[in-house]
Design a protein around this ligand. Sequence first.
Ligand SMILES: Nc1ncnc2c1ncn2[C@@H]1O[C@H](COP(=O)(O)OP(=O)(O)OP(=O)(O)O)[C@@H](O)[C@H]1O
Ligand SMILES: [Mg+2]
Length: 339
Amino acid sequence: MSNIYGVDIGTSNFKMCCKEKDQILNEKNMIAIANKTELLAFGDEAYEMYEKAPENIEVSYPVKFGVIADIENMQTLLLNFFNKINGDKKQPGNTDFYIAVPTDVTEVEKRAFYELVADSKVKAKNIFIVDKPVADAIGAGLDVTKSRGIMIVNIGAETTEISVLSLGGIVISKSVKIGGNKLDDVIISQIRKVYNLVIGSKTAESLKKELGSAIKGEEHFAPGFGRNILSGLPVSIDISSDVIYQAIVDPLHSIMDSIKVILERTPPELAADIIKNGIYVSGGTSSINSLEKYINQETNINVNIVENPSESVVRGLMGVVSNPDFAGVAYTPQDKTYD
Ligand SMILES: Nc1ncnc2c1ncn2[C@@H]1O[C@H](COP(=O)(O)OP(=O)(O)OP(=O)(O)O)[C@@H](O)[C@H]1O
Ligand SMILES: [Mg+2]
C-alpha cells in the first residue's frame, strides 16, 4: 500500500505530515551549505547556525514570501525532511503527496510547488494540490464543504493570506507581503533608533514573542542582547514593551486594513455567516498577544485564534487524507488550468 504525505512549505517553517505515522514534522525551512556544495545541516539544525556561521558556510531560506525562490536547495530539503520523518528507513517511491499551495500567486509560482515534488527523489506516485486556505480551515476544525461563508486569515512569516471560503472553494482571497518577519525587522530598526543597540533577528523574534502585543498594554521589560553602535561593545539593555508596540503597530494596521477590504468585498449572505461564526485566524504570527482583541475591536466581529496555528494548514492536509468528505477539495494540475 502506498503511504500518504502532506506538505506545507512555509517561508519560515516546513511542515510535513505522514498518514501512516499520524505525525507532524515542523522545522525551520533552512539549509546550511559549506563551501558552496556540501550539505552541512538542514531544518532546525541549520537555523542554529543562522547569523552565527563563518563565511564559507551559507545558511539560507529557499522560500521567499511564500513562493519557492531556490528550487535546488528546496529539493534537497524536501528529500531530507522526507527521510527524517521516515526515520531514514523507507525507500522513496510508491507515495502520494498532498501539497498546500498559496492562491494569490501566479500560475507559474503555483506550478513550481507541483514540480518540486514531481521532480524530486521522493518519487511520488500521485500528487494532489489543496488550496492553502481550504486546508487551513479544515485544520481549524471547520467543515468547508457546506454552503456557509468562512473567513480565514493566515498570518505567517512573510505573508498574510486573507480568504473567504464556501462550498469547499475560495470565493475571495488576497495575500499581502506582511508577516512575522516584518515585525522582527521593524523591531530591529526601532531598537537601533531608541537604544542605539544593534540586535540580530533571533533576538528580535524573542522580544516580539515576549513583549509584543497588538494592543498597548502595561509597560514591562525584557533584556535585549546586542552591540551598542556608539561604543561598539556587546551589551544587554532592558527593552520596553512600549518600544516594541511602537515598532509593530504599523504593520499590524496594514494587515487590519486588508482584512477590512476583504470584508467589504464579501457577498452579504457570506458576510452574515462570518458575523455569526467569527473570523478564524491562524499562522504562527496569530500567537502575538492581544491579537484577538485587536481584530475584534476593529471589526466588531468575533475572532477565533486557531489552536497550534502554525500547523493548521498541514493538519488540514491530514484531514483531507483521512476524511472522505473532503476528498473533493484536492485536485491535480490537469483538473484546473495551470498555464
Ligand atoms: N508566540 C508568538 N508570537 C508572535 N509571533 C510568533 C509566535 N510564535 C511564532 N511566531 C511567528 O510566526 C511566524 C512563523 O509562522 P508560520 O510557521 O505560520 O510561517 P510560515 O508558514 O513559515 O510562513 P508563510 O506562511 O508566510 O510562508 C514567525 O514569524 C514567528 O516569529
Ligand atoms: Mg504558512
